[in-house]
Design a protein around this ligand. Structure first.
Ligand code: DC
Length: 230
């Protein structure tokens, strides 16, 4: 069996990260969460006061900071997860806050931000043996990926999953607010000029509204093994 490159795209809170991480673990592949990279840029700008909740994002100010932002991923033996580091600090929890959720789409729509992130992502995804998830992986970052998966799920199910994730992280949020944020992010991600969220023509669709985690993992593992053999 040969090693392959796997691209997973889809809507917010479809469970992309969980499936991508478990698929990577099952295959012994490197896992790259590209959403975490845009989130880290957003967190840095929030902490520096360059952007604020409820205010329009000033792209020029964000671009000027790009050289000061260093993002790494490290595997934690403790949690068994790949965690995100911003300038040497573990920010895995902080990048999932509601403030970051609110501002990450406009930040990720900035041309220069995408250019830098896509450059880094292509380097990380250069060799087979990688699973990368995001919005534009199968279309822009790794268009030559051997297996492309496009994930979707009902909005109510996605809202419940996001509520649970926030609760687990000790973050309080109203259901209505979470649903509104998910729909808003979908709209912004699908309608931005550069690399909008869209299904690659050669992607297979995974609608997991009615699938358990085990069923999903079995499905994607089967798809991956077919490509590894073929
Ligand atoms: O997958 P996520 O929810 O952590 O992603 C956070 C945001 O980052 C999402 O709203 C859009 C943006 N993003 C992007 O524009 N391109 C990617 N490849 C990944 C994420």
């Amino acid at each position: 069996m040969k090693d392959i490159i796997i691209a997973i795209d889809g809507y917010s809170s479809c469970g992309k990260s969980t499936i991508t991480r478990d698929l990577a673990n099952a295959l012994g592949y490197v896992y790259v969460d590209t959403g975490a990279m845009y989130r880290a840029v957003t967190l840095y700008c929030l902490e520096k006061g360059i952007i604020q909740e409820g205010r329009a994002v000033d792209a020029g100010k964000v671009i000027r900071e790009l050289l000061n932002i260093h993002i790494d991923f490290k595997h934690s033996i403790e949690t068994g997860k790949t965690e995100t580091y911003l300038n040497g600090k573990n920010v895995e929890n902080d990048i999932r806050s509601m403030a970051v959720n609110e501002l990450v789409s406009p930040v990720s729509a900035i041309h220069e931000v995408r250019k830098v992130m896509v450059y880094l992502q292509r380097k990380m995804g250069a060799n087979p043996g990688v699973v990368m998830d995001g919005r534009d992986i199968g279309t822009t970052v790794l268009p030559h990926a051997d297996l492309k998966i496009f994930m979707t799920a009902d909005i109510k199910v996605r809202t419940q999953r996001r509520m649970l994730e926030l609760k687990e992280r000790g973050i309080k949020a109203k259901e209505q607010e979470v649903e509104r944020n998910l729909l808003k992010r979908d709209q912004e991600d699908m309608n931005r000029e550069e690399s909008p969220l869209k299904q690659a023509p050669d992607a297979v669709v995974l609608d997991n509204t009615n699938l358990t985690h085990e069923e999903q993992l079995a499905k994607v593992l089967r798809w991956a093994k077919e490509k590894m053999i073929g």
